[in-house]
Design a protein around this ligand. Structure first.
Ligand code: SF4
Ligand code: SF4
Length: 285
């Protein structure tokens, strides 16, 4: 089996457009959306039948037992996440800010603080003739790296030796990105020709390099800045990564996203994305 992860240093670069159309081109049987903070591959995916849906529990959150609390304020003074408020003469935990570190519990002189399980999101497995794993993190919830790992784990048993597996990765370079990188054969980075896009590209390459992963690069919306496009291509060649193509800014891409469909196969956008796909496939098969 071969596993391709599509990433970008930031959101909005067209990563999901590539992932969904790659799934279409390859007729991939197993795929996953690892962008748990803003999942949207399900909007385009053809798999609609949810086989399993379950809560995702992240770190336990603290709560204050008001019957025991003596209002000393030590917990609030010790919390580095400003997750404890004092209102109406009462200390309470602000759930969305609590990281479950346990310091408040440690300092409380009367042991008024305990922990409860917290639902931090939802994880779904879609199954028809294709298998699709995805999840969504609740607002303000952390530990998204663990959720990405779970998204990948739940399709693991479905993967057959001949499968070409596609993961739509999260943006940035944080924990979820690192979790998405484990076990993949190739990372396709989608870059944008802007100063911030180039900076983001270099950061994500540095992250991927620390795991010694094979890297390919493509550029989306290249025609918005041809000078910076050239700068990216030069950078990629100089550093001996594989450059697999460029895609222009096309209304068809926006329309296909809004209509929840794949690119129309007589469009220029289709031809350009297909070329990137063909070049990428050569590196992984
Ligand atoms: S568990 Fe940690 S983050 Fe949560 S309220 Fe207590 S000290 Fe703050
Ligand atoms: S440290 Fe314990 S007793 Fe003091 S305010 Fe916090 S919960 Fe109440």
């Amino acid at each position: 089996m071969r596993k391709l992860l599509i990433l970008s240093g930031k959101g909005g670069t067209g990563k999901t457009t590539l992932a969904s159309n790659f799934i279409n081109f390859s007729q991939a049987r197993v795929f996953a959306d690892c962008d748990v903070e803003a999942p949207n591959l399900h909007l385009i995916s053809m798999v609609k039948n949810v086989k399993n849906r379950e809560n995702y529990y992240g770190l336990d959150k603290s709560f204050i037992n008001q019957d025991i609390c003596i209002n000393c304020g030590l917990c609030k003074d010790s919390c580095k996440f400003n997750a404890i408020s004092f209102e109406n003469n009462q200390y309470t935990i602000v759930k969305n800010l609590c990281e479950g570190c346990g310091v408040c519990n440690y300092v409380c002189p009367v042991k008024a603080i305990d922990f409860v399980k917290s639902i931090d999101g939802e994880i779904m497995l879609y199954e028809e003739d294709k298998i699709f794993s995805t999840a969504k993190l609740n607002m303000g919830s952390g530990n998204s790296g663990l959720l990405v790992t779970k998204v990948k784990q739940q399709i693991q048993d479905y993967i057959k030796p001949n499968d070409f597996v596609i993961y739509d990765g999260p943006p940035g370079i944080g924990c979820p990105v690192i979790a998405s990188m484990s076990g993949v054969d190739l990372i396709l980075l989608v870059a944008e020709p802007s100063k911030s896009g180039i900076s983001d590209l270099k950061r994500i390459i540095k992250t991927a390099n620390s795991f010694k992963l094979k890297i390919a690069v493509c550029i989306n919306k290249y025609d918005l800045n041809k000078e910076l496009t050239k700068e990216i291509i030069d950078f990629v060649h100089t550093n001996k990564y594989d450059f697999v193509g460029k895609i222009g800014y096309h209304d068809e891409i926006i329309k296909s996203i809004n209509e929840g469909r794949f690119l129309s196969n007589n469009s220029m956008a289709y031809k350009e994305v297909k070329k990137v796909f063909d070049n990428t496939i050569k590196l992984i098969l």
